[in-house]
Design a protein around this ligand. Structure first.
Ligand code: MN3
Length: 247
């Protein structure tokens, strides 16, 4: 019911917005210093300016993470939240040098500056892209080879790693992320608040991440973050991706 009402609301708002303007919204419409509208409406462009950053495709079908993450959750998370960060980033970099820079350079270059909108949205675009690849089609999978050796050295065994990741993910207060990173050849678990990630914080090379913002799990698990994290670690963790990142 929640899904239906939210979608209906979005649809109604879109209809209202469409009725209120004579042409499609443009990227520059929100700027207060935009030129006044001409008396005679200009022809509508073929499509709104998209900006330099785009939503990357998911590495699986949106049904393949079920039953751990439903198609409904993934639809909102990817199609609304991740797309929203991309759109806000494009708005924030419009007319700035950042518009021509790689995404990772943008988030590293704006961390700790007063360009908070560019930083927050660029880091969230990066984090979510990494998060999608940190998961695979739901099922049993275990790390092997060099990654498995490193897990044994750093955590004793896979259960030890899962316990640390679970603790980090469930103890992160409010919104944020839990990460498996490689730092100087040793694996460790870290957690970061809001949009922050181990790259900007200098905590090592990310291997996997778990999104623990409520939007990642609330439709499926409500307040039970521990159930989401446990199922994620047992059924979705993409150890092949982690091994690739370990190199
Ligand atoms: Mn998210």
């Amino acid at each position: 019911m929640l899904t239906l009402s939210r979608r209906s609301l979005v649809g109604s708002m879109a209809a209202l917005a469409a009725a209120a303007v004579a042409r499609p919204a443009l990227a520059g419409d929100k700027k207060k210093d935009a030129a006044p509208a001409p008396a005679t409406p200009a022809p509508a462009p073929a499509a709104p300016a998209a900006g330099p950053f785009v939503l990357p495709p998911l590495p699986y079908a949106d049904t393949e993470l079920a039953p751990v993450i439903s198609q409904n959750t993934l639809g909102f998370h990817y199609g609304k939240h991740h797309q929203g960060y991309v759109n806000k980033l494009n708005d924030a970099v419009a007319g700035k040098d950042w518009a021509s820079k790689p995404l990772a350079d943008v988030m590293k270059g704006t961390y700790g500056t007063d360009a908070t909108a560019i930083y927050n949205n660029s880091a969230q675009v990066w984090n979510h892209t990494f998060y999608w690849s940190s998961m695979r089609k739901a099922g049993e999978q275990a790390p092997n080879g060099k990654l498995n050796d490193a897990i044994k050295t750093s955590f004793g065994d896979l259960a030890g790693l899962k316990k640390e990741l679970s603790q980090a993910a469930t103890s992160q207060f409010g919104s944020g992320w839990a990460w498996l990173v490689s730092d100087g050849g040793k694996l460790k678990v870290v957690k970061t608040p809001n949009a922050d990630n181990p790259i900007v914080l200098g905590q090592g090379t990310p291997l996997l991440c778990i999104d623990v913002w409520e939007h990642a799990y609330y439709l499926d698990y409500q307040n039970r973050r521990i159930d989401y994290v446990t199922a994620w670690l047992d059924k979705l963790a993409n150890w092949e991706f982690a091994a690739q990142n370990l190199g």
